[in-house]
Write a protein that binds this ligand. Sequence first.
Ligand code: IMO
Ligand code: MG
Length: 421
Amino acid sequence: MSKAVCVLGCFYGDEGKGRTTDYLAQKAEVSVRATGGNNAGHSIVVNGHRFAMRLIPSGILSNHTIAVIGNGVVLNPKVLIGEIEMLKENGINVDKYLKISDKAHIIFPYHEAMDAYLESIRHNPIGTTKNGIGPTYCEKYERSGIRVEDLYRDDLKNKLVSRIYNAEKLTGMKFDVEEIYSTYLKYAEVIKPYVADTVTLLHKYLEEDKYMVIEGAQASLLDIDFGSYPYVTSSNPTIGGMLTGTGLSAKDIGDVIGVIKAYSSRVGAGPFVSELFDETGNLIRDLGHEYGTVTGRPRRCGWLDLLTVKYSCMINGVNYLNLNHLDTIGKLDKIKVCVAYDVNGKITKDFSTNEEFLRDAKPVYEEFEGNFGDISKCKTFEELPEAAKKYIRYIEEYTGTKVALIGTGAERENMIVTVDL
Ligand code: IMO
Ligand code: MG
């Protein structure tokens, strides 16, 4: 009986989780998405071709890994079908490998409209991706959501009429029930072959001793409970969501890999203590190509914040870190790392998502030597330049967590593995 390896983001997203799962998918037999929807954008480079995956677990790119969209995901069928077609065009055997939970909740156009509307009336906008994620989860928890299995029921139209009525009242917009209904019936037919009771399926895979990877979307600090509320997403991208979003139990969880970059980035509004507003921030953005995978939005950039990494390790039970973009940070002369906060004269190493705490916190930095040179060919930790090793050892010591995977470039093979996961 195998256990699921979990991969999750330790900051505000875009840590390179897709690359981690893609790397693991070379041996993984099953890869799973548990939470979120097409607000995720995981970019993976295979043979020089960049894939931007939003819904389907990126493990599918290995073309030998079963890809499961779990019950905790909110599913936009249009985006899903676009992704299926894109994968097929690239020779991926989607028909063989894709499975979709019958319990995942469906995103409709009125959810996207509600998302945009709610953003427009917020005093302090969150900067959501406007993909309808929040409104779809709202409906789920309000117990009026429409799930994949509901697409095949006779009362679908009636349900749609009542949901659309509510959406129209809220937004003042008009939606064409007939058109949405007929379009979604077509979507339903296309995705039907992939629909399954994934809860039982996932347990069977573990019983069959299959190597399983749960691919996190979003990140710990975007968590609805443990993130910088209200500037968060509307699901639990932390370890708990990986259980409730799949139906696996706590005893099915194996290694938990926390993914970080050698610097930090955030898209959307909200606190970011180690953010840089100067030339260095711009330089990191350009060197790391920190622009949204889907929206192209420039990401806010700053130094690595070890308080947040330690917090994420704590709440998720992270036992290994994957450090990405070591090559990017190594292009700078000097590298800073946030090791404490100065909160109104009081120095602390304990992170908190309290709004006033994060507003008042000033970063306290430790400085490291940069100029790592070309590290993309390094295959072992030992081959790295001394400055890079020192930087990594510091992260390990501070967080009490071993760095098992080190990203040294954009290509699939640019990864140093120090622990066989
Ligand atoms: P991946 O999986 C970065 C952010 C949005 C916004 C907030 C709420 O690629 O790391 P939402 O549309 O979810 O209601 O937006 O969360 N956000 C992300 N930021 N990476 C993501 O996913 C994100 N998913 C949501 O920018 O601030
Ligand atoms: Mg992203």
